[in-house]
Design a protein around this ligand. Structure first.
Ligand code: BV8
Ligand code: ZN
Length: 230
């Protein structure tokens, strides 16, 4: 990754960065889950109306996550994170922990994490690896109100202030493996460019906002990301 001064980087990742690890994306051919779109299952209304369905969706994905591992794209980003002397923040829309398992440190999950439970009673976020559908009690307050620690549609993503601050200082914004279908993440490229950043897209196919990028490279993240990082 040649850069004159060690500028500030913001890297946005989506489901495409974990596809080669074997995790399904949302809007590709394998995107449906037992006939449900993520927009149907990932809402507070769905959780209230049919908690068993929502827990089954996330319990299945949490179980699948335990069977897979990081790929070359995650490893290359973790290497960049370890070596980059400027500011760097990986903002992932993904709820898997593959960036962490590859060694990334300067990372935040704006849509929550599969390996965490949120207590709807006391707001505690609790590390969680097993199923949650059987209504376990919150270890902090005792209420049987644990839900997936996932940002549902209509809910505010995590750490938006931190993301906005990083975007306002970015010299380069890189978007990897996301369709650009979901806001506010899909709007980050505009914010970064408004503040004078260059924008690079690495994706299997053009995203919705492809035309807003200074450069787009098409191909699998497992190839494009290590080539870009080197
Ligand atoms: C909010 C949970 C407000 C975790 C998710 C109308 C217009 C504009 C906006 C809206 C609207 N109506 C409603 C909204 C807002 C809504 C939204 O954007 N809806 C969309 C559908 C129109 N957004 C929200 O509700 C957000 N909250 O706005 O809050 C607010 C304000 C104040 C106070 C309170 C609230 C919350 C959004 C978060 C929802 N949660 N997921 C989970 O279950 O995983 S979103 C879900 O989509 C995932 O997080 C996922 O990360 C995200 C985006 O999907 P992608 O990651 O891009 O994955 P996708 O399959 O789409 O694409 C994969 C890409 O990879 C493809 O391009 C493919 O080509 C590429 N690819 C595939 N293989 C590879 C590859 N690339 C490289 N290599 C490969 N091998
Ligand atoms: Zn609690």
């Amino acid at each position: 990754m040649r850069q004159s001064a060690p500028g500030n980087l913001v890297i946005l990742t989506g489901a495409g960065v974990s596809a080669e690890s074997g995790l399904a994306t949302f809007r590709g051919p394998d995107g449906l889950w037992e006939g449900h779109r993520v927009e149907e299952v990932c809402t507070p209304q769905a959780l209230a109306r049919n908690p068993a369905l929502v827990h089954a969706f996330y319990d299945a994905r949490r179980a699948k996550l335990a069977e897979v591992g990081p790929n070359a794209a995650h490893r290359a980003l973790a290497r960049l994170d370890a070596e980059w002397p400027g500011e760097l923040l990986i903002v992932t829309q993904n709820v898997d922990d593959l960036h962490e398992r590859a060694g990334a440190k300067r990372l935040l999950h704006m849509h929550g994490e599969l390996t965490s439970a949120l207590c709807a009673g006391c707001g505690a976020r609790i590390p969680w690896n097993g199923p949650m559908g059987h209504g376990p009690k919150c270890p902090a307050c005792g209420a049987a109100k644990l839900r997936p620690d996932i940002v549902f549609f209509g809910e505010m993503p995590y750490e938006m202030d931190r993301i906005d601050a990083a975007l306002s200082r970015a010299d380069l914004f890189v978007s990897i493996g996301t369709s650009g279908a979901v806001y506010p993440a899909a709007g980050f490229v505009q914010i970064a460019r408004h503040h004078g950043a260059r924008a690079l897209e690495l994706n299997l196919e053009p995203s919705v906002g492809s035309s807003m990028f200074s450069e787009s490279r098409m191909g699998p993240a497992g190839e494009l990301v290590p080539a870009w990082v080197e």
